[in-house]
Design a protein around this ligand. Structure first.
Ligand code: PLP
Length: 448
């Protein structure tokens, strides 16, 4: 398997290099050279496969022998350890619940798979790999849980003191073992700066083997394609059909999830259409409407995991939809994308109303991100006749992750799952440092 950078289609790297580097030097994003088209027999008979087996079939074709099959199977089995159930709202609308992992968000799939793959590719290295991560709360929890007890890899997580929620903080600070939490007296930007400085520091790089677990790592995208097939399998079973028509509505911020869906479609999964659902940060819906891509600073919303002003995976989407044969490339890329993706944006007021409506009509508690997805699906259904189409909304996080807002919107307590509630009683262990680089550097040298 080889991967290229979206900024240079002629420069290839190995899977190992792409996974450990995360970002190419030319600032593009890694993409697989070949996206395999899976056989019709496999796709029509998904019902015969378990979720991990689906992941194995996809990876086997994508990785082209880069990892021996028994090892690959073990990686998948250790990564896909929780389900992605499809829950009916009514006969036409379903929630694909992606929050059954340790940090209660879909990012657990990517983080776990990346950790397993890195742990595997890291074998035979005699020096421990030190992964530095700055987090504003969410990603850190998924990364910490994903890498917990991975041999040969230590994870150092920097988070801004007092600026993450109490339960998020527990997710970062209570695991121990190979996960170390540093509480920085400063902001998220300070944390990010410290990590960047460490990556550029020669002394630190000679002493340690540093790695990053960046959100744009290709290893996070790959497993996200698995659950589109897993959703399709469940629709096949429910409808007792081999070729059901489906539409996916994807609540989007950095557009990793949607890109993974498009990859699944390229692999042969039958998908009528994708709906990009956003909050007020509507850069991609605007692009789909007008053909102009105008990134701008993000604004804060209720669905804050989608508060992104310049989505990092957009260049991957452009790369997929680029049609090099036609000379006015920009326009044809746009047309190709519009043919497969519609984009709709909704403000917080509409989102709150949707949360209430979903609860009253279907007795289902949707988190703010899925509520945006729900509104976008309704809009798509309104504009396209779709009697036989099944609409699937990606439910990207458990509603209790946004407990304060949810309780207020619904006027009642949202239950917290046991696996999160138990954290409240665990003991926090973190080192408090000031926000200067010298403090962080001394800590690295003296502690690791
Ligand atoms: C990260 C996140 C998103 C956005 O996903 P992208 O792949 O960045 O588009 C949506 N919802 C939740 C809950 C998230 O954590």
């Amino acid at each position: 398997m080889r991967l290229y950078s979206t900024n240079n289609r002629n420069h290839f790297v190995s899977l190992k290099e792409a996974v450990f580097k995360g970002l190419p030097e030319d600032k593009g994003l890694y993409m697989p050279e070949k996206v395999p088209v899976l056989s019709k027999a496999f796709i029509q008979n998904l019902r015969q496969y378990s979720f991990p087996e689906i992941g194995f079939e996809i990876s086997k074709n994508l990785f082209e022998g880069a990892i021996p099959l028994p090892d690959l199977q073990e990686i998948i089995e250790n990564a896909i350890t929780f389900p992605a159930p499809l829950v009916a709202l009514d006969e036409q609308k379903f929630m694909l619940e992606l929050f059954h992992g340790p940090s209660l968000a879909f990012k657990d799939f990517g983080a776990r798979f990346m950790a397993q793959l890195m742990g595997y590719l890291n074998q035979g290295e005699d020096k421990e790999l030190v992964i530095l991560v700055a987090t504003s709360g969410d990603t850190g929890g998924a990364v910490a849980a994903g890498f917990y007890q991975t041999p040969g890899i230590r994870v150092v997580i920097l988070y801004p003191s007092g600026k993450v929620s109490p339960l998020q903080e527990k997710q970062l600070t209570t695991l121990g073992d190979n996960i170390t939490a540093i509480e920085i007296a400063g902001t998220f930007d300070d944390c990010q700066d410290l990590v960047k400085k460490a990556f550029l520091d020669e002394t630190i790089n000679t002493r340690f083997r540093l790695g990053s677990a960046n959100s744009i790592n290709i290893a996070r995208l790959i497993p996200q394609s698995f659950y589109y097939f897993e959703a399709y399998r469940q629709v096949q079973a429910l409808k007792n059909e081999t070729d059901p028509q489906v539409v996916f509505s994807v609540p989007s911020g950095n557009f990793g999830n949607l890109t993974a869906g498009i990859l699944a479609h390229k692999m042969g999964l039958t998908v009528e259409h994708f709906v990009a659902a956003t909050n007020a940060n509507d850069i991609v819906p605007k692009y789909i409407e007008t053909g102009n891509y105008s990134p701008r600073p993000s604004v804060r919303t209720l669905s804050n995991a989608m508060d992104v002003g310049n989505p990092s995976n957009f260049s991957r989407l452009l790369d997929i939809f680029a049609e090099s044969a036609i000379s006015s490339e920009e326009r044809s890329t746009w047309n190709n994308m519009r043919g497969k993706i519609s984009g709709y944006a909704f403000n917080d007021e509409k989102t709150k109303q949707a949360i209430i409506e979903i609860f009253r009509s279907y007795n289902y508690i949707a988190d703010p991100h899925a509520a945006v997805g729900y509104l976008a699906l309704l809009e798509y259904f309104e504009k396209h006749s779709s009697e036989n189409t099944t609409g699937i909304i990606l439910e990207t996080a458990h509603p209790s992750k946004f407990k304060e807002d949810m309780d207020e919107i619904l006027g009642q307590e949202v239950p917290v799952p046991e696996r999160l509630a138990v954290l409240a009683h665990r003991k926090k262990e973190a080192t408090l440092l000031n926000n200067t680089y010298s403090a962080f550097k001394s800590w690295l040298i003296e502690t690791l």
